[in-house]
Design a protein around this ligand. Structure first.
Ligand code: MSP
Length: 662
């Protein structure tokens, strides 16, 4: 499918104050996967990433390390570049904001805006949060946690301001008229909510006397530029703004700025107003994804729970790490990173479903077809099972394409793994091993060809997520064009009969699991990875099997009257504390209308007490009171539970407490 469309995608540029962690890795892998899918769709693609090297945060880190900010940047940028290489990131450019090609453009823009009267000088008196490099209000400062408050400093000085406020009305209108501009929709609403308050002008300078690590203002040598005014410009300086008109016309506006939800305002308010002042077109979509949490808590250095991507890659391999991150996160929402979750998904999707299919098909072709792709029997291919399987495979390609468009990669990958499962089921039905015993050669060849074709398509669809492993698989199937083309997916018969196939080795050796009472299941991909210690893994495996076998959608039917006996009400959590001596239990104090209730809930493994305060939850109000671990409980809170994850049912938007839920 060739198209005239181009695809320009960016990641945020990362601060060089510290080494990269899983959050940075995630955004970059996501952008890489999207770039690779668009290349597969034959769209000319430009994928940009880089580092944000100026500003107070970097200057402070350098200070702490006793080196210059430039040294700090030079040392840290290598860590990002090395990680991207290890993660198979296919960026077309890597921009550093200390590079001349960027500095020149920032200064040119500043001068132009200054000349046009978009920038003026005035006194500033307010609060500045060094951690996020943004100005905050008195209210924000008061609401900040004590450890964050330490990073919020008072600034009283003369500075330069960008007339951002004059674009407020225009921006609201633009966002309203362009539903795809900010995605997902709830982030769009968040920005619109922010724009309901008066928008201030943006302070875009720092006097060198206080902070000299930045790009000098071209019209006042005593100042440097505010780091965000500098950083956002990378999206245009890298594609030739003010330096290469042809290149700039080819790529700008960007199709996607992929960002984390933490930097929504800078991207959806500062950046569009800056572009408007420069008279440049807006990016098509700013997409904010959620956060990776460590278990249920925010990753933080102080908690010591930051996942190190290098370590994960060393233990589990690049491709499975990429696959897990993309398959696990519903784009937009937060996701929990747990090692158990990782191993479960790896073993189920990759080792069991895909890995088994690969080894079955390749082994059977090797031992029954002289190691060459067999010739299928045309008539046999018209049978219902074969047609149905091919339809499923085709639909997985359609589903994945749709999911790329709608940013639901988790769904898309699910469709592909379903097609893999359907192929395994097909083999169970057709029993090629029995056909081999019966020497039913023509039938056997058809079945193996069918399964291998399905693998060919799956390997192409999964290639953008797992380029290394799928590359090996494709080569082993004798496919010459390892880098797939979407077009070829639609066509039956991509595998050439007679081509020699090779064993790809064990693509996804099952991760051995130990059950330890303390920490749950731990993975091991050491030298003995893939060998199964039956005694140790039995219960973990059984758990998995039970999960699989549990029939879905089979319920006891109840009448409306049965349901109506349960009285559910909204309630606001006023206080929360852990129940002493019971690691799963949390004691909540909630207001349900005028009534205060105490509820003991089994949610303490999933929430911190502070996370709960202020949430409006749903309570079963007519539960018979009970005493749990010596603590009285007067109701039950509702939550959604699947496998290892538990999320409270909360009320979307404003609703008074004590309201009925039906
Ligand atoms: N330098 C700015 C961005 C400037 S873009 C013009 C910045 N840098 S950062 O190093 O702090 O990176 C922030 C980005 O890292 C987030 O927007 C997000 O993409 C990613 N993540 C950091 N932690 C994260 C998680 N825990 N989970 C997912 N991604 C998060 O902000």
């Amino acid at each position: 499918m060739s198209s005239d469309k181009k695809f320009y995608i960016t990641t945020p540029i990362y601060y060089v104050n510290d080494r990269p962690h899983i959050g940075h890795a995630y955004t970059t892998i996501l952008a890489d996967v999207l770039a690779r899918y668009h290349r597969l769709l034959d769209e000319p693609t430009f994928f940009l990433t880089g580092t944000d090297e100026h500003g107070q945060k970097v200057a402070q880190a350098a200070d702490k390390a006793g080196i210059t900010p430039q040294d700090q940047a030079d040392r840290t940028v290598v860590r990002f570049q090395e990680l991207w290489e290890k993660l198979d990131i296919t960026h077309d450019d890597f921009i550093r904001t200390t590079e001349d090609r960027h500095v020149i453009v920032v200064q040119k823009i500043l001068q132009d805006l200054y000349d046009k009267g978009e920038i003026y000088k005035a006194d500033y008196d307010g609060w500045y949060d060094v951690a996020s490099e943004t100005f905050v209000t008195e209210r924000d400062r008061e609401a900040a946690a004590p450890e964050s408050r330490a990073n919020i400093v008072r600034i009283q000085e003369t500075n330069y301001f960008f007339r951002m406020s004059r674009y407020q009305e225009w921006l609201v209108e633009y966002i309203n008229e362009h539903p795809d501009f900010i995605k997902p929709d709830y982030r769009r609403n968040e920005t619109l909510g922010f724009l309901r308050k008066n928008l201030n002008d943006l302070c875009i300078s720092r006097p060198k006397t206080r902070m000299a690590w930045g790009i000098e203002l071209p019209f006042d040598k005593d100042y440097v530029t505010y780091v965000w005014f500098d950083a956002l410009v990378n999206y245009i300086s890298a594609v030739g703004y003010c330096s290469d008109d042809k290149k700039f016309k080819k790529w700008w506006p960007a199709d996607y700025h992929i960002i984390g939800k933490d930097i929504l305002t800078t991207h959806t308010v500062y950046w569009p107003t800056m572009l408007k002042a420069m008279n440049l077109p807006m990016p098509e979509t700013i997409f904010a994804h959620g956060w990776w949490l460590s278990g249920e808590s925010k990753m933080s250095k102080t908690l010591g729970n930051v996942v190190n991507p290098m370590e994960m890659i060393d233990r589990f391999g690049v491709d499975s790490f990429r696959y897990y991150l993309i398959a696990e996160m519903v784009l937009g929402q937060d996701a929990n990173f747990t090692e158990d979750g990782f191993i479960r998904r790896f073993n189920s999707d990759l080792a069991n479903d895909l890995g088994n299919l690969v080894s079955r098909v390749i082994k059977m072709i090797q031992s029954n077809c002289d190691g060459r792709v067999p010739v299928p029997d045309q008539a046999a291919l018209d049978r219902a099972e074969e047609q149905e399987l091919w339809n499923t495979v085709q639909q997985s390609a359609d589903g994945l394409q749709e999911s790329v468009r709608h940013m639901r990669l988790d769904n898309g990958l699910g469709r592909v793994i379903s097609a893999v499962r359907a192929t395994n089921r097909y083999l169970e039905i057709r029993q090629p091993w029995a056909l081999a015993r019966q020497e039913a050669k023509a039938e056997l060849d058809t079945v193996l060809y069918m399964a291998a074709e399905s693998l060919r398509v799956a390997s192409a669809l999964l290639y953008p997520v797992m380029p290394e492993r799928m590359g090996i698989l494709r080569r082993s199937l004798g496919i010459e064009k390892v880098d797939p083309e979407f077009d070829s997916l639609r066509k039956w018969g991509g595998l050439r009969s007679g081509t020699y196939i090779r064993s790809p080795g064990s693509l996804f050796p099952r991760v051995r699991m130990h059950v330890s009472s303390e920490k749950g299941i731990k993975g091991n991909t050491g030298p003995d990875a893939g060998c199964v210690d039956k005694n140790k893994i039995k219960s973990a495996d059984r758990m998995e099997e039970e999960l699989k076998e549990k029939p879905e959608g089979v319920f006891d039917v109840i009448t409306y009257d049965d349901f109506a006996r349960v009285h559910m009400r909204t309630a606001k959590v006023m206080e929360a504390e852990r129940v002493q001596g019971a690691n799963k239990l949390m004691k909540l104090n909630v207001m349900m209308g005028e009534e205060r209730r105490q509820i003991v809930a089994g949610i303490a493994l999933y929430y911190e007490p502070d996370d709960l305060i202020g949430k409006t939850v749903v309570v079963v109000a007519n539960m018979k009171p009970a005493v749990i671990r010596g603590v009285k409980s007067e109701g039950m809170v509702l939550a959604s539970i699947k496998g290892e994850s538990l999320r409270l049912i909360t009320i979307d938007g404003e609703q008074s407490t004590g309201a009925e839920v039906k």
